[in-house]
Design a protein around this ligand. Sequence first.
Ligand code: APR
Length: 297
Amino acid sequence: MVTVTAVHGDITEQAVDAIVNAANRQMRGGGGVDGAIHRAGGRAILDECIARFPDGLRTGDAGWTTAGKLPARWVIHAVGPNYLAGEQDRSLLESCYRRALAIADELGARSMAFPLISAGVYGWPLDDAIDVALETIARTRARVEDVRLVSFSESTHRRVRAQVLRQFPPPTDPRSVGRLFDRAPHQWSLRGDAYLWRTMRAEFASVPLPADAWALEKLIRTAFESITGRPLTDGDEPFHVPEFDPGHGMSAGGVTPSWWASTAIPILIDRFEATLPVEPGIDGLSVAAAGPDRSAI
Ligand code: APR
């Protein structure tokens, strides 16, 4: 079972079995990821590229070399299509991920780090580059267990993370806050609320349940602000969160503060209270441990 995670950072610093390079057909280095890998990995990588790929590689193909001084065992060089030069056949980009996974299997690599191939100098539209990566990784049978999609910029990382959480939701620990989010509500207010729900579920996947419902509500409100950049003020109008909007012309990035205050949080508090030991009340009715005065929500 493969675990796919979005990582914000420099791909040359990923301690994995195989780092995937966004190479070009000549296989002699370049800029972007290619330049960073050759610089950090040292001359041994270029020497092997020359020895193993005297004629380079076709677009959509991939080949491996030593990782030199990088914290990895191999570099898998994948040649993405140059969108700006008119190479816009999506199957060529899919082939890069499929070939890299097949080579990782041949090598016995169990962990690998991918950049967003073709999404830089080659100009492939970012959201589609993310979709191609995730769809192909999801569809390709491979023995790799840990796949990281590494983004250099924070804004790209946030978009990658939103899509990774949608397609590869992480498991939640049994007594975690994230477990309260396992079942989606019957109805969302806006599509961005669904992305925000999944993001919170992942953030809380290993966070233990708090002592009481007040602390739970505080956790959710704090997460709302740290993820969206806006405080959860009940009367607020819906607002747009760009990384929740996968484009396709739909206003999918809308988040609704009032829905979180009046619906989502009460749902989560109900679920939280259902996890508490039941105590006999003074009137003989059983009550869950103290929670906030719900009329106040
Ligand atoms: N770590 C992680 N991601 C990175 C890094 C890095 N060190 N450097 C760049 N990126 C990101 C870019 O922001 C982009 O999202 O990797 C993605 C791929 O960008 P490029 O490296 O430009 O690759 P690509 O678009 O496939 O173009 C390949 O550019 O560098 C030359 O020799 C290369 O000719 C080839 C072409």
